[in-house]
Design a binder for this molecule. Structure first.
Ligand SMILES: C[S@@+](CC[C@H](N)C(=O)[O-])C[C@H]1O[C@@H](n2cnc3c(N)ncnc32)[C@H](O)[C@@H]1O
Length: 695
């Protein structure tokens, strides 16, 4: 038999790297992140005074905020769009990033929603259920895990590249993961940050026990810590010494104060010829080859500023800090009390931070919620007050809440609507919370999608073709038939006419007037002429006053108009292919208004939510419409700009009751536009506008 010849191995790698399918394109180029910088839209300001609000609006028109005008930001959106959009303003400016990206695929997008108890029924009819991920969250999941580990690594790599660009030269990144992906992610981070900038793998013991019948119980998470450079901000955080250590070493009792102490040496090795080598009270350290060595930190703590070492020793003795051994000629020692001991340096094994318990006040109903103590340690160790902290997967808001409490500036992002709502509530519960804004990429994200989907040519004809293709696409998803010959009426479904709202503007009262006028002209004419008086208006956004004014206006013209929201899911090809897209009617809110002099009182009267994906049991648990409401807020003097949150009421775990009435006293007489915003138990917003006149 012929002997197998050794083969020539021609692979000669130039560096160590992890490869996955999709890392390089067909031309061998590295596939990087999307780099479209879209402008943010402020949809809500929270805790802003009228004056500051005015300044902010001016500033928004004119560019960057100064440090004084800085507003913390809560951003609703996919990190894929949000991170590149942050770059123009924040590249190289973020001091600390903590991320807890999705890695436990089951729990990442679900949360517990609660129908609260109705206080007027004798029994407790509260009911909790797991809110399944929305289609858009499914999409994010598919982006992340659609092709298994390959797509996860590409998704993570793109995130890491942008985060690296956002970090300041002295900034740090903490990435929270578990054993499933941490080792792959370390390879990616080494590639983006450089192996020399990897500082720790922190092991956090997150639970006490975890039953696993066929292997060791997994009880820890890993947190990778990287610096942008080799010298990131480090505050040398200390933690209290272990009580066991203190009990073992601090055994002597001070007869003067009754406190425990440990006697420690007042001398150091080696002879010195200055003061520290001279005798004190007849004790000469030079004789035994030593010198006096006094703890400077303790002296300054005690306010001892003596001229010589001997005088310092006198002052220490006077303060009762010197221990004189009973045996004759015994060397005096320093009494070290536990409170004078510097805390221990923090190791990379964290066993002292328990998970968020079921009873904890910080619990927000998020299965993946991390404890505030964990974020406190990270933020204190790697940033200073005033520094900017970023988390683009903020979930229940832990990073934002802790950054706020520790006086850091923050930017927090999440693509889940419920996460944004939970974070806003959590921040509002912090006494003295500084003003912050809620933002999204709204129409800009949709414009990018429409351009990519239907062409972005600049010509008039191309624009018309794009508009037609967009309308036909939405009509198809709504299962309506396109009609021609009209400007404002685009399709027909089950005898009702359909209007498709623009990609880049909310449906306005003016649009409704045009729809109604065209409808009237069309009745009884042509082959597509309306057969009924029903019109469905589909829109991405709706002007605040729409529910109120437009419905009345349409009814006066004998048109029965319904408003339905075009879901963000239409931007997801796979959701579209799977026929997953559903259009929901806007929720309807009833508000009663009473005016007395300059006092206006609002009372919520009714709230009807569309049959969203709420399980039937949850629907049955609702005895009164108010149980659908989790939170409501009022802007008492809206100026047609963003919603300015001036008053709010919401349910908490401690106090699940909700006030349904509120009053406001106006300083000046006049006509005001009041906007009421209600957030339901699933995190969806509904607004209603009312006009008031105070004298
Ligand atoms: C593990 S949880 C974060 C929990 C958080 N650390 C806390 O303490 O509550 C991950 C979060 O990432 C969000 N998320 C997942 N993919 C995202 C994406 N592409 N862009 C923005 N947020 C995303 C999910 O909605 C979820 O809230």
């Amino acid at each position: 038999m012929a002997e197998a010849k050794p083969q020539n191995v021609s692979v000669s790698p130039t560096r160590t790297e992890l490869i996955w399918a999709g890392k390089y394109d067909a031309q061998g180029r590295r596939v990087g992140p999307l780099r479209v910088a879209l402008p943010f839209q402020t949809v809500e300001t929270v805790n802003e005074s009228a004056q500051e609000r005015q300044l902010l609006l001016l500033r928004e028109a004119g560019g960057e905020y100064s440090a004084k005008e800085w507003r913390n930001r809560l951003i609703w959106g996919d990190k894929k769009y949000v991170l590149p959009s942050l770059l123009p303003e924040f590249a190289g400016k973020v001091n600390l990033i903590y991320i807890d990206p999705p890695f436990d695929t089951g729990a990442d997008f679900s949360f517990t929603a609660t129908v609260p108890d109705h206080p007027e029924t004798p029994e407790d009819d509260s009911f909790s259920f797991t809110k399944e991920p929305s289609i858009i969250e499914h999409k994010a999941y598919r982006d992340t895990w659609g092709r298994g580990l390959d797509s996860y690594l590409q998704w993570f790599y793109e995130t890491a590249v942008l985060l690296h660009e956002l970090l300041h030269e002295t900034g740090s990144l903490y990435v929270h993961l578990d054993w499933h992906v941490v080792h792959y992610v370390k390879c990616v981070l080494d590639e983006v940050f450089g192996p020399a900038n990897g500082l720790n793998e922190i092991i956090w013991k997150r639970t006490h026990a975890h039953g696993a019948s066929d292997k060791f119980g997994p009880v820890h998470d890993s947190i990778l810590f990287y610096g942008k450079s080799e010298k990131p901000t480090w505050t040398d955080l200390r933690i209290p010494n272990d009580p066991e250590y203190l009990a073992k070493h601090f055994t002597q009792v001070d007869p003067m104060s009754g406190r425990r102490f440990q006697p420690i040496s007042l001398t150091g090795a080696g002879i010195r010829h200055g003061d520290s080598g001279k005798p004190w009270r007849g004790i000469n350290p030079t004789k035994v080859g030593r010198h006096w060595a006094l703890p400077g930190r303790l002296l300054s703590k005690l306010g001892i500023k003596a001229a010589s070492v001997q005088e310092c020793l006198e002052a220490l003795d006077k303060a009762g800090m010197i221990y004189w051994p009973k045996k004759q000629d015994g060397t005096p020692r320093l009494k070290l009390f536990p409170e004078d001991v510097e805390g221990a340096a923090v190791p990379d094994l964290w066993t002292d931070i328990p998970p968020v318990s079921a009873q904890a006040t910080e619990r927000a109903g998020y299965p993946t919620q991390k404890p505030e103590a964990l974020l406190e340690r990270i933020i204190k160790a790697s940033s200073n007050p005033g520094d900017l902290v970023l988390d683009c997967f903020v979930g229940s808001g832990t990073t934002a809440a802790v950054a706020e409490k520790l006086g850091r500036r923050w930017i927090a992002c999440d693509l889940s609507r419920f996460a944004i709502h939970t974070t806003r509530k959590r921040l509002l519960a912090i006494p003295g919370v500084r003003p912050f804004v809620v933002q999204n990429l709204g129409k800009y994200e949709r414009q990018v999608w429409a351009g990519a989907e239907f062409g972005d040519g600049k010509g008039k004809e191309e624009a018309a073709a794009r508009q037609r293709a967009y309308i036909d696409f939405i009509l198809k998803l709504y299962q309506a038939k396109p009609i021609s010959g009209y400007t404002w009426l685009h399709g027909v479904k089950a005898g009702r006419l359909v209007h498709v709202g623009a990609v880049d503007a909310p449906v306005s009262v003016g649009d409704v007037t045009n729809i109604a006028a065209e409808f009237r002209k069309a009745v009884g004419t042509g082959k597509d002429a309306p057969q009924t008086n029903g019109v469905d208006v589909l829109g991405w956004d709706f002007a605040f006053e729409l529910n109120e004014v437009a419905k009345q206006q349409a009814a006066a013209a004998n048109i029965q108009m319904r408003f339905l929201r075009i879901p963000r899911d239409v931007m997801d090809k796979r959701a579209v292919e799977q026929g997953d897209v559903r259009f929901f009617e806007l929720a309807a809110l009833g508000v009663e208004v009473k005016t007395r002099g300059r006092t206006v009182t609002l009372r919520l009267k009714d709230f009807v939510i569309p049959p969203d994906d709420v399980p039937e049991e949850a629907r049955r648990a609702v005895k009164h419409w108010s149980q659908w409401i989790d939170y409501w807020a009022v802007d008492w003097a809206n100026q047609g700009d963003t919603f300015h949150n001036q008053w709010q009421a919401y349910r908490t775990r401690k106090n699940p009751n909700l006030e349904l009435e509120t009053s406001h006293v106006y300083a000046e007489p006049g006509d005001y536009t009041v906007v009421v915003k209600v957030t339901d138990i699933l995190g969806n917003d509904t607004t209603k506008t009312v006009k008031v006149r105070v004298r």
